[in-house]
Design a protein around this ligand. Structure first.
Ligand code: FPP
Length: 255
């Protein structure tokens, strides 16, 4: 049996946590795209799709330990998403507040450690408070590391990191000559996370949209047609299994 079909079969029992996909990804990052189209196909407003998308998150988080995924990072709102209509932005912010309020206990009891990345400055105070509380409530968990990118942009993250790095140089804490590619990641929002091994984007679009630009330099990519609200645990398992068949060389040549 191929690893892909094995993972797919094992995925039928959500309570089973024994199937670690051999050579599977340790860190999966997901661009959850297609909520708007999913809603439009049903003659519903775009926010209907975002609510359906939010409901998919729990299943994927809970599947992570089953597939050996220790880190899951999901793209919830980009620094560019503010350009959407005021109705959609306000609806998404309200959804995030409701999601955190509703899911805090479930995520904590499941054993997920939740972190947020992105620039919090532009977010409303109540949302920031809920984000902080969720991080604190799950700080001692280690079953799966869920990182939610909210008001996140890869370029914005690098710019903010560079500001902090430059400040350390100005304060005499950092020698500019010592800055190398190990230095900058220590200033990124993701400094405690390993780089993603696999980046999945749903909805048939093949672009990375400013997501984890630095961190994904050597990630493997899966662009799949499924719209995010239709994404299932089985499909997640198949993608993790397929990753195990990839030949990652990180620029080197196999001897
Ligand atoms: C992209 O689909 C999706 C977003 C900008 C929002 C993602 C949010 C969720 C999945 C729900 C909330 C998540 C959490 C963690 C609570 P799109 O609107 O661009 O879809 P389209 O390309 O079909 O228009």
């Amino acid at each position: 049996m191929s690893t892909a079909s094995k993972a797919s079969n094992d995925a039928s029992d959500p309570s089973e946590e024994t199937e670690i996909v051999p050579g599977g990804p340790r860190h999966v990052a997901i661009i959850m795209d297609g909520n708007g189209r999913w809603a439009t196909q049903r003659g519903r407003p775009r926010l209907f799709g975002h609510h359906a998308g939010a409901r998919r998150v729990r299943e994927v988080v809970e599947a992570c330990p089953c597939f050996g995924v220790e880190y899951l990072t999901i793209f919830a709102f980009s620094t560019e998403n503010w350009k959407r209509t005021q109705v959609e932005v306000a609806g998404l912010m309200s959804l995030f507040r409701r999601y955190i309020t509703k899911e805090t206990r479930t995520l904590r009891d499941f054993g997920a450690r939740v972190r947020f990345i992105g620039d919090r400055v532009k977010l409303d105070k109540k949302l920031i408070r809920l984000m902080n509380e969720l991080e604190e409530a799950t700080a001692h968990n280690d079953k799966v590391n869920l990182t939610i990118a909210l008001n996140y942009g890869g370029r914005d993250e690098v710019a903010r990191a560079t500001q902090r790095l430059a400040q350390d140089v100005a304060d005499g804490k950092l020698d500019p000559a010592s800055v190398d590619e190990e230095t900058l990641p220590r200033y990124l929002d993701t400094y405690v996370l390993p780089d993603p091994d696999l980046v999945i984007r749903t909805s048939g679009e093949a672009r990375i949209s400013n997501f984890l630009l630095w961190q994904s330099a050597y990630a493997e990519y899966e662009f799949i047609d499924t719209l995010w609200p239709d994404f299932t645990r089985d499909e997640f398992g198949r993608l993790c299994a397929a990753y195990g068949d990839r030949d990652r060389r990180f620029g080197a040549v196999k001897t």
